[in-house]
Design a protein around this ligand. Sequence first.
Ligand SMILES: [Zn+2]
Ligand SMILES: [Zn+2]
Length: 316
Amino acid sequence: MENGNVESENLSALIFLGTGCSSAVPNALCLIQPSDPPCEVCFQSMSIPPERNPNYRCNTSLLIDYCQSNGEHNYILIDAGKTFREQVLRWFTFYRVPRVDSIILTHEHADAVLGLDDMRSVQPYSATNDISPTPIFLTQDAMDSVAVKFPYLVQRKLKEGQEIRRVAQFDWKIIESHCEKPFVVSGLQFVPLPVMHGEDYVALGFLFGDKCKVAYVSDVSRFLPTTEDVISKNGAGQLDLLILDTLYKTGSHNTHFCFPQTLDAVKRLCPKRALLIGMTHQFDHCKDNAFLLEWSRREGIPVQLAHDGLRIPIDL
Ligand SMILES: [Zn+2]
Ligand SMILES: [Zn+2]
């Protein structure tokens, strides 16, 4: 693969920084306690470098390279999980992404927020933390949880006698879990898409794009009817691209869609195109995309598994 020349292009793009489940792929247990025969997908990761292995999956995360009408690029990050640093080293360098302009969080689980500490490595250096903070958009529930996980990232003033330590600087912005409460990030409007992520928990997906309509839903076990209406062909209008959660190949799971529920949802929502994310090691990229090619022909909706490092130019 050649280095992507992002800045010279006058078009927006979506960069899939991560397409894997919370424990990521390869699954550590498959390598330290191999089964007989060993797990092919995980063993492949020991012989093929991650940047050339579509089965090497970090935590789900999307970078929107938003090109404004004046040609200026803004980099909007959705989620920063446990593998954020690795994703920066691999894909920010490859696509020459120089910074993160703003962040949106889907929810406060480890695979969506534990990279926030590492955000300082992509912020300008200041020993005294005297930099403009990165805007970060999240719900009040997510804010409450992040404040417990990272009190030092939320704390406004030093306590008496406390030394200054360099930490990431954020401008926390609270958003509502409501389709009717859109918000604007670096010039691009986002519509929150509340979805059930387990029956006791609401996570957010996001709908964005004026010219091309994109919905990103990384953590979902059930669509709420109002949300489904906003992103379905039979409702508010057909999506150009649906990016959707799928955890395991078969069966079901209490907090995520698995392959059968994902494909059912794709049929119901009927987007022009869909890409799947959040996969465990049960998915083999090439084999399952061959299956999906057949499925897509049959159903008339192109669906493929995404992979880490996938970059899709798109007119937003
Ligand atoms: Zn495995
Ligand atoms: Zn989650």
